[in-house]
Design a protein around this ligand. Structure first.
Ligand code: NAP
Length: 268
């Protein structure tokens, strides 16, 4: 019988964090040993399991990331880009492995993450679901196979509280299909308004819808002459993302430093 892998969760009281606390707690290979939140969070000191609806599990929420990580070998981070940066600084000195689901990192923050991955193993994925990671592969194949006669548009929809737009998943879909088409970042058009003229051949629309409690929908539309194909993924529960994050925690535990994706974890 293998020893359990000690895991801590950062952003433990957030929408995702609570589901991750639940998933780690119930996973047979993992032990939940820490929970971190903002230092000024009013629930510091409360039991993370109690606040996540699990009942008391004797894991207090801490405002000090390093203290919350004291017993951990792996941490799972669903917070904000700023918190991801601060956490990585500490995680490198502690030699932790990281599973990061946080989106909205700018290019400087992504560079910092890549630097950190020279010292510690990191899984960073804008979407922890099996379905979306398969969608990345299918979108690439479709973009290549259908060719330039088919215009590509990406539409995403999320709940009204989501902070970043377009979603990290939509940005990754854009990256995948633009590379498959021999285009670059400048092909992205985020929204159209006014007399914008006819669609250029080399543009890819990436459009964000916000409303209600939508967990996360993504569509890649391939519109060609006389026909169109739509690749659609709809997430109906955050538990799907939490399951992917705990799978990544088990996988990353004994890996060498490096930057990995969920596709690496899933072997896609
Ligand atoms: P959320 O409900 O706002 O949760 C974020 C949590 O992190 C909040 O409790 C927040 O506290 C906390 N936090 C902020 N700064 C912190 C710090 N310095 N240290 C510790 N905790 C801190 O957001 P969410 O919906 O869970 O999403 C979180 C992130 O995950 C977003 O970037 C989202 O796009 C991403 N996401 C990724 C996936 C995926 O599969 N990869 C799936 C869903 C969401 P306050 O509320 O007090 O600020």
């Amino acid at each position: 019988m293998k020893l359990p892998i000690p895991v801590a969760v950062c952003g433990a009281l957030g929408r995702m964090g609570q589901r991750v606390v639940d998933a780690v707690f119930h996973h047979e290979r993992l032990e939940l040993v820490g929970a971190a939140e903002r230092p000024d969070c009013p629930d510091i000191g409360q039991d993370a399991g109690f606040l996540a609806g699990l009942g008391a599990i004797d894991v207090p929420v801490m405002g000090d990331f390093a203290k919350a990580m004291a017993r951990a070998k792996v941490y799972i981070d669903f917070t904000t880009p700023e918190a991801v940066m601060a956490n990585l600084r500490v995680a490198q000195t502690m030699g932790l492995a990281a599973v990061i689901g946080t989106t909205g990192l700018d290019s400087a923050q992504q560079d910092f993450l890549a630097q950190a991955a020279r010292r510690i193993p990191i899984v960073w994925s804008p979407n922890m679901s099996l379905g979306v990671n398969l969608m990345f592969k299918l979108a690439q194949l479709m973009a290549k196979s259908l060719g330039p006669d088919f215009d590509i548009e990406i539409i995403e929809a999320h709940h009204r509280m989501k902070k970043d737009a377009p979603s990290g998943t939509a940005l990754r879909l854009h990256e995948v299909v633009s590379l498959a088409r021999g285009l670059d970042q400048s092909s992205m058009v985020s929204g159209r308004n006014g007399l914008v003229g006819a669609r250029r051949d080399d543009e890819i629309g990436v459009l964000a819808v916000r409303g209600g409690d939508i967990v996360g929908d993504h569509t890649v539309l391939f519109a060609g002459p006389g026909e169109r194909l739509e690749l659609v993924h709809r997430a109906s529960s955050r538990d799907t993302f939490a399951a992917g994050a705990v799978r990544a925690a088990v996988w990353i535990f004994d890996k060498k430093p490096g930057l990995y994706s969920l596709s690496d974890v899933l072997g896609l």
